[in-house]
Design a protein around this ligand. Structure first.
Ligand SMILES: Cc1cc2nc3c(=O)[nH]c(=O)nc-3n(C[C@H](O)[C@H](O)[C@H](O)COP(=O)(O)O)c2cc1C
Length: 141
């Protein structure tokens, strides 16, 4: 176990609805800069909300999180999940992104429901369940 390895997920609300090309620009930038930083992760955007997972050395994740937290493109940034010492789920993805509409319907509904739930809660209810959903999402890429 590497205690310096951190998985951090947050949910936030887009200040303005994101158009597809803005999203692609954001993903493109994130993939390049996360590669340079040695980070991996995943981003989902649905109905004005972001759900992002960042994985990597804790100081690097925290430094990026601080930058992301100052980004005016979103507000109400709330950390909902943190785990140390696990294995990366999205290790081969600097920032995996896929439109939710292309997920298997059952998983799409589950992720949509999760985002709605998290918007009204301080943390994920069950970290184990959350990890399971992340693993299932990983299968979609
Ligand atoms: C929802 C959201 C997710 C983001 N994710 C990342 C990310 O994974 N990696 C990253 O470098 N920037 C990400 N950003 C952009 C940062 O907030 C910031 O604009 C960027 O890191 C500035 O990059 P620079 O200092 O390299 O110019 C994200 C922004 C938003 C709004």
């Amino acid at each position: 176990m590497d205690p310096a390895f951190l998985q951090l997920a947050y949910i936030s609300r887009a200040t303005e609805p994101f158009e597809e090309d803005e999203l692609f620009q954001l993903i493109d930038h994130s993939q390049k800069s996360n590669k340079a930083r040695g980070l991996s992760g995943m981003l989902v955007y649905n109905s004005g909300y972001f759900l992002q997972l960042l994985e990597g050395p804790a100081p690097t994740v925290e430094a990026l999180m601080e930058k992301i937290g100052r980004d005016p493109r979103h507000v109400e940034i709330k950390r909902v999940f943190e785990k140390r010492g696990a294995q990366p789920i999205f290790g081969s993805w600097y920032m995996a992104y896929k439109n939710l509409s292309t997920f298997k319907p059952a998983l799409r509904q589950r992720v949509e429901a999760l985002i709605v739930q998290l918007a009204g809660k301080p943390k994920v209810e069950s970290p184990e369940e959350f990890m399971k959903v992340l693993q299932m999402m990983r299968q979609e890429f």
